[in-house]
Design a protein around this ligand. Structure first.
Ligand SMILES: *Cc1c(COP(=O)(O)O)cnc(C)c1O
Length: 334
């Protein structure tokens, strides 16, 4: 899969490290747990959207856009990073934020919200749950057109064919590092939300035998819905790249760790965030990597992996949201 013909900006100077989590491995009693530190990617406070935005922002520039428009939850890492990319490129950025019963918009909130304001989002439009976000973005886009400007709309999570290229590139990076380290990763675990990360990894590893070993831990949907979402995105990505598809078995999503819903804390998430902080000094986030790590811990406890296997956890970032969840993190303290 040759990605060189797609325009790409560079927001991270080097590859992100793969670290062995010796202490966590010991506490859990094996398998060997490694972490791909995509929380250390470039742009403001890092995280997986940076890789997608390298391709999305390049496409926006090539199309002559002057404003990036995107959408997400009220504490969206994707909105924060899209804004950061816009700032870097000298573009404006407008955001549509979706309120839910659990997460209401508070203009004074900390976390990602603080960063939207600090980096100067040009416009923030708040909308209620279930509203068609694409429609809201379209309205902003038409307003810009009336002013003689040109918007570039990025879907939720940056998960379209173009954004997914970022995680095909990440899979290639992992294959190179795995060779340099002389380690084979038997399983690759990633949080799975809007799907671009998992779909990109599956596509990037396809052709190697790693393709069948990517496990997505869902953060919002049940197994069936998420697998359907990933399959659909993979099909669109393969047709965009004009290459062949992959087998159904390569798409595996686990829906048991979502809890009551997207961005709603679970006791297992709190335990996972605390455990990784206290064994490795590494911060996870409450919405994505905390739940995915809760999944990994549970799978280890269930004996899903062999003791001597190597498991690679993709740390997709999101730590700014942690600071908006301090009451939850502290209330479970004992
Ligand atoms: C968006 C996000 C994810 C999920 O990635 P998708 O490509 O949307 O599935 C995981 N972790 C963090 C921190 C995110 O912001």
């Amino acid at each position: 899969m040759d990605l060189t013909k797609y325009p790409k900006r560079k927001y991270t100077l080097s590859e992100t490290p793969i670290e062995k989590l010796e202490n966590l491995t010991k506490v859990l009693g094996g398998p060997n747990i490694f972490m791909k530190r995509d929380d250390m990617l470039g742009l403001t406070a890092g995280g997986n959207k940076t890789r997608k935005l390298e391709f999305l922002a390049a496409d926006a520039l090539e199309q002559g856009a002057d404003t990036l428009i995107t959408c997400g939850g009220v504490q969206s890492n994707h909105c924060r990073l899209t804004l950061a990319a816009a700032v870097r490129e000298g573009l404006k950025c407008q955001l549509v934020l979706e309120e839910t019963d659990y997460s209401l918009y508070n203009p004074k909130a900390s976390g990602n919200n603080l960063l939207y304001h600090l980096m100067g989002a040009e416009k923030i439009k708040v909308t209620t749950a279930g509203h068609d976000l694409a429609e809201d973005m379209q309205e902003l886009n038409e307003e810009l057109a009336r002013e003689g400007r040109k918007g570039y709309m990025i879907p939720v999570g940056g998960s379209n064919e173009t954004g997914t290229l970022g995680y095909i590139a990440c899979a290639k990076e992992i294959i190179g590092q795995s060779g340099d380290m002389a380690i084979t990763f038997d399983h690759i675990i990633t949080p799975s939300g809007s799907g671009g990360t998992q779909a990109g990894l599956v596509a990037g590893f396809s052709g190697s035998d790693r393709g069948n070993h990517v496990i997505g831990i869902n953060v919002s949907r049940n197994r069936e819905e998420q697998e359907h979402l990933i399959r659909d995105l993979l099909e669109r990505t393969f047709s965009f790249l004009r290459t062949d598809g992959i087998t159904k078995e390569a798409i595996r999503c686990y829906g048991d760790y979502v809890g009551p819903g997207y961005a709603i804390p679970t006791p297992e998430m709190v335990e996972a965030v605390q455990l990784v902080a206290r064994t490795e000094g590494i911060l996870l986030d409450p919405v994505y990597t905390g739940k995915a790590m809760a999944g990994l811990i549970d799978l280890v406890r269930q004996g899903h992996f062999k003791r001597n296997e190597n498991v690679l956890f993709i740390h997709t970032g999101g730590t700014p949201a942690l600071y908006e969840y301090s009451s939850v993190m502290l209330s479970e303290e004992n």
